[in-house]
Design a protein around this ligand. Structure first.
Ligand SMILES: [Fe+2]
Length: 275
């Protein structure tokens, strides 16, 4: 299969690619439908309002769980929400998505179902870690072979790898049973390549930031509900919807910060016991 490769030139003379990561909007076909006490259309819109104020963004990447109800309309809503940012926008699938439906629906919009993007001096690789019918993730052999081949072919290109599922435990037992089941194999492959600078994911609806050998591992809050960190059972956090900004410098340096919607407008249902 031929993989389409897009190129994005940095907007600024410093050559830095300014990337915004959003994740897990869990949208419904009906914009009024709530999700554990939060309206996910409104919370995504609040995040997009913040992104309008972020300076000089070069691209937007959504790391899965775009749709909560497996509707094509939810993907169209997503494109409607992020479209006014005017950014090259990519999305990869999460366990709540229906990848074939997602590809079809997004093909009607400017949002691209991402695979590989050359952005300034960097490459951004987007993986599909979904397993049909399961909340947990797995990188299929074809996916790992493709990753290996691309890394072999671009040894000098600083690389950011994006996927939906977490390759390292969160210290939330209920979430860790739904992580990437071959995360150790995935990370040991990446560790062989010094050009791999970071891995970003969604799925855990909370911020994480750690090092694994030379690689920065980063999770992002959801644009909808937040899961309470370091809690073994299902629990929602009162933290506000958020997103991650990454500055990818030409020399391979990665700078990042998590931002959240100000205020306390988005409060989850305290009686929720799962979803
Ligand atoms: Fe999610």
């Amino acid at each position: 299969m031929t993989i389409r490769v897009d190129s994005i030139a940095p907007k600024h003379q410093d050559g830095v690619i300014r990337l915004a990561q959003i994740s897990d909007p869990h949208l419904f076909a009906n914009k009024h439908t709530g999700f554990l006490g939060i309206n996910p259309w409104r919370s995504l819109s609040a995040v997009v309002d913040q992104l309008h104020q972020a300076e000089g963004l070069d691209m937007l990447l959504a790391t899965g769980d775009i749709s909560q109800d497996h509707s094509a309309t939810a993907y169209l809503h997503f494109a409607e929400a992020v479209g006014p940012l005017g950014l090259p926008t990519y999305a990869l699938p999460g366990n709540h998505d229906a990848p074939e439906l997602m590809i079809r629906a997004l093909s009607q919009t400017p949002v691209k179902y991402g695979r590989r993007v050359l952005a300034g001096n960097w490459q951004i690789l987007m993986l599909d870690s979904t397993v049909l019918g399961l909340p947990a993730g797995h990188l299929a052999l074809d996916e790992l072979r493709w990753l290996h081949a691309v890394l072999e072919s671009a040894p000098l290109c600083p690389t950011l790898v994006a996927l939906h599922h977490h390759p390292k435990p969160t210290e939330c037992a209920w979430l860790d049973q739904h992580g990437l089941d071959n995360g150790a194999e995935f990370l040991s492959l990446l560790c062989r390549y010094p050009q791999v600078k970071g891995v970003i994911w969604g799925h855990v609806h909370q911020s994480m930031d750690m090092m694994h050998e030379h690689i920065r591992l980063l999770a992002v809050p959801s644009t909808s509900i937040q899961f309470l960190p370091k809690n073994d059972g299902f629990a929602l956090d009162r933290a506000q919807p958020g997103y991650r900004l990454l500055n990818l410098h030409p020399d391979g340096t990665l700078e990042t910060q998590v931002k959240r919607v100000p205020g306390a407008d988005f409060q989850p249902d305290p009686s929720a016991t799962g979803y």
